[in-house]
Design a protein around this ligand. Structure first.
Ligand SMILES: [Zn+2]
Length: 196
């Protein structure tokens, strides 16, 4: 089932997600719905707060990035079919020299900004089997993980840009908060909840 994606301005996007157990209600279905919602919106990642749940869960599929012509064949191969569910994730280390990448977010449509992040990330997480493991990722995969991980910490990519750039997009953010945006995918807005 495709779920509505929560737009910028909704308080759920600012909550720190709580850890979950295998008994979390309808977990399998929730994960399946999140993948369906992400693919429907042509996203490469989606975090639970973006569908209204402040829990430590996000899904990733970097396949769309593998079609980028600028990539070497090794990197493209790595990105194609990289599909993974991250439950109860915790970033334990970020390393290397920060690099910028033009990020976007399904909750913040029509806004794209260069964001600086470190290239290598060590993360503890489990998949649907709830077996905790530690893995190292880098490049674009790390980038998508960092962006989604921020969501479960209540952080958005627009928090990571300069105050000048923030001022320049203020109007756009206000419009999204008020639901004044049109996307091909279903969205839900904070202001609309107040019975506007
Ligand atoms: Zn996002």
């Amino acid at each position: 089932m495709i779920l509505p994606i929560v737009g910028y301005g909704d308080p759920v996007l600012r909550k720190v997600g709580v850890a979950i157990t295998p008994e979390y209600p309808n977990l399998k279905e929730t994960i399946a719905n999140m993948y369906e919602t992400m693919y429907n919106a042509y996203g490469v990642g989606l975090a639970a707060p973006q569908v209204g749940m402040a829990i430590r869960l996000f899904v990733i599929d970097t396949t769309p990035f593998s079609e980028d012509d600028d990539l070497g064949s090794d990197e493209a191969k790595e990105l194609k079919g990289f599909k993974k569910t991250f439950i109860n994730a915790k970033i334990v280390k970020e390393e290397g020299e920060e690099w910028s990448f033009n990020e976007g977010c399904l909750s913040i449509p029509d806004v794209r900004e260069d964001v600086y992040r470190k290239p290598t990330v060590t993360i503890e997480y489990c998949e649907e089997d709830f077996v905790m493991k530690t893995e190292v990722f880098d490049g674009l995969i790390a980038r998508v993980i960092q962006h989604e991980y921020d969501h479960i910490e209540g952080v958005l990519f627009t928090d990571k840009i300069s105050s000048l750039k923030k001022r320049l997009i203020q109007k756009k953010l206000k419009n999204i908060t008020e639901g004044k945006t049109f996307q091909e995918y279903r969205m839900k807005f904070a202001a609309a909840k107040k019975g506007r």
